[in-house]
Design a protein around this ligand. Structure first.
Ligand SMILES: N[C@@H](CCC(=O)N[C@@H](CS)C(=O)NCC(=O)O)C(=O)O
Length: 219
C-alpha cells in the first residue's frame, strides 16, 4: 500500500521527505497541503497531527510527523540495510548529529523568512549571525568529505540540501563556508530528482510570497 505524504511544495522539511521517498522508490500518494489557505488548521488535519505541521505521513494506519523522524522511519521500514541511514552505530550517530544540527537551522530560517520575505524588512543582524554560526560548524564537519558524513549519501545530506535551498532564496552569503558551498554545489547535481522537487520559477516564488503575506495579514 502506498504511503500517504501530506506536504507543501514550498516546505523544506516536506521536500527532504519527498527526496527520501524518491531515492528509495517508495510508492506514495501525494496529498498537497496549502498552508497559505489554512489546510493544516482544519480539524481533520489536527486530529492526525496536533502540531499542524507538514510533512506528515500515514503508512498503513501509522501516522508520523517531524521530517527527520519520518526519514529515519522510512529508511528503517523500507531500506533497513541501505546506506541512506547506516546501521553501524558510529556511522548512524554522525548522521543523527547532522540531522539535529539541521533541525536547529529550521527555526532560524523561519525567522529570516518571516522578516525578509513576508514582512519585507531587513532581519536583525544577530539572526543572520546565529545562522552563520551553525553553517560554520557544518563547514568544519564536512571538511574534505564528499557527502556530509563521509563517502556515502545519507538522509543528513537530503535534509541539509532541502534546508540549503533557502540560502539562495534568502540571499544568505555562504561564500565564507567553502566546504559547505562545495558540498551543496556538487551533491545536489548528483540527485536526478533534486530539481523537480526543489526548484521554483520566479512566478511560483512570487505567488507563494503574495499568498503568504495575505495569509499572515488575515491571521
Ligand atoms: N521540525 C518540523 C518543522 C515542520 C514545519 O515547521 N513545517 C512548516 C512548513 S516548512 C509548517 O508546517 N508550518 C505550519 C505550522 O507550523 O502551523 C519538521 O522538520 O517536520
Amino acid at each position: 500500500m502506498p504511503v500517504d505524504l501530506y506536504y507543501s511544495r514550498y516546505s523544506g522539511p516536506s521536500r527532504a521527505v519527498l527526496m527520501t521517498i524518491r531515492h528509495l522508490n517508495i510508492p506514495v500518494n501525494l496529498k498537497r497541503v496549502h498552508l497559505n489557505e489554512g489546510d493544516h488548521m482544519k480539524p481533520e488535519y489536527i486530529k492526525m497531527n496536533p502540531a499542524h505541521t507538514v510533512p506528515t505521513i500515514h503508512d498503513n494506519g501509522f501516522s508520523l510527523w517531524e521530517s527527520r523522524a519520518i526519514m529515519q522511519y522510512l529508511c528503517n521500514q523500507y531500506a533497513p540495510d541501505g546506506q541512506l541511514y547506516p546501521r553501524e552505530p558510529k556511522k548512524r550517530a554522525l548522521v543523527d548529529r547532522c540531522l539535529n544540527i539541521d533541525m536547529g537551522l529550521g527555526p532560524q530560517i523561519g525567522e529570516l523568512m518571516r522578516a525578509k520575505t513576508f514582512a519585507g524588512v531587513d532581519p536583525p543582524q544577530d539572526m543572520v549571525t546565529n545562522l552563520k554560526n551553525n553553517l560554520k560548524v557544518l563547514d568544519v564537519i564536512i571538511g574534505a568529505n564528499h557527502y556530509v558524513t563521509g563517502d556515502e549519501l545519507t538522509i543528513a545530506d537530503l535534509s541539509l540540501l532541502a534546508t540549503g535551498t533557502y540560502m539562495d532564496w534568502l540571499e544568505v552569503d555562504v561564500s565564507e563556508f567553502a566546504n559547505y558551498k562545495r558540498w551543496y554545489t556538487t551533491v545536489h547535481k548528483e540527485l536526478p530528482y533534486f530539481h523537480q522537487i526543489n526548484t521554483f520559477s520566479q512566478e511560483e516564488r512570487e505567488a507563494m510570497v503574495a499568498k503568504g503575506r495575505a495569509y499572515a495579514l488575515k491571521k
